[in-house]
Design a protein around this ligand. Sequence first.
Ligand code: ATP
Ligand code: MG
Ligand code: MG
Length: 549
Amino acid sequence: GSEAGRDFIRDIVAADLESGKHKSVVTRFPPEPNGYLHLGHAKSICLNFGVAAEFGGRCNLRFDDTNPTKEEQEYIDAIQRDVRWLGFEWGEGNLHFASDYFEQLYDWAVHLIRAGKAYVDDQSPEEMRIARGTLTEPGKNSPFRDRSVEENLDLFARMRAGEFPNGARVLRAKIDMAAGNINLRDPVIYRILHAHHPRTGEAWKIYPSYDFAHGQSDAIEHVTHSICTLEFEDHRPLYDWCLDNLPVPSRPHQYEFARLNMTYTLLSKRVLTELVRGGHVTGWDDPRMPTLAGLQRRGIPAEALREFIKRIGVAKANSTVDLSMFDFAVRETLNRTAPRRMAVLRPLKVVIENYPEGQVEQLEAVNHPDDAALGTRQIPFSRELYIEHEDFMEDPPKKFFRMAPGREVRLRYGFFITCKDVVKNDKGEVVELRCTYDPETRGGNAPDGRKVKATIHWVSASHAVPAEVRVYEQLFATPTPEASNFAEQINPNSLEVLDGAMLEPALASDNYDGAMQFERQGYFCRDKDSAPGKPVFNRTVGLRDSYAK
Ligand code: ATP
Ligand code: MG
Ligand code: MG
């Protein structure tokens, strides 16, 4: 029942502003700096920053840096870069770190102890796990549950001081070991961790749990709508319990939406980390990775990503989006914006026997068929050319209309040429075509009105720029990869390196850094591995899907 562009989150925000419950909306995007951002995070970023912008509020970028063993400065920097690349800005004063609140969170833990609502537990992790019970069985109270406030205060202070080793003790909220919601069975709110923290260094020997840090951080920042994914629905009662039992400066509320899942893709930082560490990909920004850094390197425009996320919408039930929907949004954006070029990925030499040796002429080509503002360029034509190997067949089946012995085709922006002879090597492979051209067909039409059935792309051999082209397919071979044994499901053909591609000369001097359309082939962008005289291009996306639906 929502109007266009609305969803249940936006409906809630609109209603809260209308009723006066909140004067303005404050959201936050709360990444843990333990990896790079991926497509799933993009959904959360677009939602949190989008809602704030649409309703005239603010969105904080808050690093949820409460687990120092997995967190690194590299990730903190990458996350900020990637949020900006996606097109969002948190603004001055709106960059925060949960670690900035460690002192306050500690005080609030002491507050709970004083109120008899938290205790230090000396059970081993295993004993605690068993005593927690199951969905059908209530848990059992810890033998340490009734420690005195004084003893708890003393032990907690000594935990902070670093007197005990990792895992020796924890601080637990005293809620209800029989609660139906297992998250309420005296959850751990502080644990001992002797570890270096990227921001606080060695200052802390204890760290708050996610559940003890998140809502309170929201409250400190006066977040009004704390939007997270559905797996935290079960944590909401604990989120509320903390806020209801502490003297927090504001009262945020948590709302859950469905996370993004996509076919042929795994959106989990754990899996992505293992792909990198295990050498299955070249790094976090490998163009096959669903990370924002990988998508950027592959030439995906941020605009296409935002458009895709707008189209999939925000729902309350989990589902899986088809990868083809993402590719469709990318093609749609690039078809509208990408300059056209010609590049031959697998070259086959063509010699035009009736074209004078040493002669060169320039042909004019439009840079975009529907956007005259992108202008035109000159393409050199000469006696020796390259065409795409797959555009020739010696013995073509009925439906193959491209080059074949005796057949005439059109060279894009050029002339009609006719194949007169085929040259083979001693293995019998076709290595060259001997052709003639019709000088009357310059620009692509015959004055006598005769037609050809195919137009193919080409480059002039002596002017062509040799390049490496990396053709990517989806990283996983199966539409529904499983995280548990992801390595076995990797697509063995996810990368094909074409080392002898030949590009039209404009591609050597272009400094366009978005993706361009290589006519009839797809969209490609220059890779950072390019060297002077040896460009490397990544295929962003083909012109149509190659994977099964
Ligand atoms: P992962 O499951 O990949 O480890 P995470 O949830 O642990 O991700 P965080 O850095 O904690 O990663 O996530 C920051 C925010 O992004 C959270 O609010 C989280 O709910 C959201 N988020 C993470 N993955 C997705 C997803 N697939 N779809 C939508 N939002 C997501
Ligand atoms: Mg998380
Ligand atoms: Mg995680």
